[in-house]
Design a binder for this molecule. Structure first.
Ligand SMILES: [Zn+2]
Ligand SMILES: [Zn+2]
Length: 395
């Protein structure tokens, strides 16, 4: 599959472009590339227009939606998978409708589009050699819950191919030593004819002489042996957005291996590895903490400290706190990664209180509890009797 272009690049925009810029850029692209405008063009022109139009529409469908845009900004194409492709398989929609939608205030509905079957994939069917893409690099980064709470920046050290500094990635110091590959005539692929029971079939594969670049190098550069690439150990800063979860993958576009002969860099894929917290358990955006208190603290009330991610939280427990009570500290959980950049709230921190009934008592403890035996006992006439009745319903 051909490499997809960055959505901002497709619309000729900068990353921070405003909603109006995006709208304007898409309007321009739609006016230029809508297939209605190319009905009298050559087949090649029609195909280009279809591809350009599809590309611009897809970019617009993501960038015009604040939620999808935020995900795309963070995770690249992985963040908006399915947004592309799916809704594009049934017809182009009328150009006037599109423009009316754009400027009549009714956005978001590209329901009438689609129907690109028969055109090959995105960018497919192009003439000439294809652009090479460097391989992706996968790495892992460990983050604590505290770091996840607020987002953080991490450094990862990777070894990757970069363009050779001595030949600028050409593979030879002299530009005139780069020639068109004689085997594939620069197309990067070779055709095979196979005879089968059903007749002759044509298949194509990557040219073995130039590995698909369409170019061969005579007099190769001594530093890179003609590959145009050198191995480098480099440290890359990775911004970890708040709220990420174990196993999530962040895409740093273009930070992977360089491709030979000036192709497109691969991506750096960083997989988040959440380190377990000593005292807190995580479930989605919520945190859970269990605390055991003494019988006396339960009866008399007390104040405890809960290990929050932004520092210890004080929690007052009322006199008569029952074992199993769950207290909620609102907003002391984790933010949601999906709400990043929007006004997303945070999850909660749940504190479960367990009252410890000792199995063994020292002599002095025993004496102290003996004194309590007669003064504190269940009494059906007391006003907190309701609690006992509630608890006993579980049997
Ligand atoms: Zn070749
Ligand atoms: Zn070199």
């Amino acid at each position: 599959m051909a490499e997809k272009r960055d959505y901002y690049e497709v619309l000729g925009l900068q990353k921070g472009a405003s909603a109006d810029d995006i709208k304007g850029a898409y309007r321009k692209a739609a006016l230029k590339w809508h297939p209605d405008r190319w009905v009298s063009g050559t087949d090649a022109e029609k195909r280009t227009a279809e591809e350009k139009f599809k590309e611009a529409s897809e970019a617009y469908s993501v960038l015009s939606d604040p939620d999808k845009r935020a995900k795309y900004d963070q995770f690249g194409f992985a963040g908006v998978d399915g947004a592309a492709g799916q809704d594009w398989s049934q017809g182009f929609g009328n150009l006037n409708d599109i423009l009316n939608n754009l400027f009549g205030g009714a956005f978001g509905g590209f329901g009438g589009f689609g129907g690109f079957e028969g055109f090959g994939g995105f960018g497919g069917g192009q003439q000439g050699q294809r652009v090479q893409r460097g391989r992706d690099i996968r790495t892992r980064v460990k983050v604590t819950l505290e770091e996840i709470a607020n987002g953080c920046e991490k450094e990862v050290t990777i070894e990757r191919n970069r363009p050779c500094p001595d030949c600028d990635g050409r593979g030879t110091r002299n530009a005139s030593d780069v020639r068109t590959c004689p085997t594939c005539k620069g197309t990067g692929s070779v055709q095979h004819v196979t005879n089968t029971l059903f007749g002759r079939t044509m298949t194509s594969s990557v040219c073995p002489q130039c590995n698909g670049t369409g170019k061969v190098v005579t007099n190769p550069c001594s530093t890179c042996k003609g590959t145009g690439l050198v191995r480098k150990k480099e440290t890359v800063k990775v911004r970890i957005p708040a709220g990420v979860e174990d196993g999530m993958q962040l895409t740093l576009r273009g930070e992977g291996h360089a491709a030979p002969q000036g192709g497109v860099n691969g991506d750096l894929l960083v997989i988040v590895e959440e380190q377990p917290h000593a005292q807190l358990k995580r479930e989605g955006n919520n945190l859970f903490y269990t605390r055991v208190i003494s019988v006396a603290d339960a009866m008399l009330g007390c104040e405890i400290q809960v290990p929050g991610l932004d520092g210890p939280q004080r929690l007052k427990l009322d006199p008569g706190t029952q074992s199993g009570t769950v207290e909620r500290l609102r907003g002391k959980g984790l933010p949601s990664v999906n709400n990043y950049g929007l006004s997303g709230g945070r999850g909660d921190l749940y504190v479960k209180i367990l009252v410890w009934i000792p199995r063994k008592l020292s002599r002095s403890e025993r004496e102290a509890v003996e004194k309590m035996r007669d003064s504190v006992r269940p009494d059906p006439n007391r006003d907190d009797r309701a609690l006992f009745e509630k608890e006993s319903q579980y049997f």
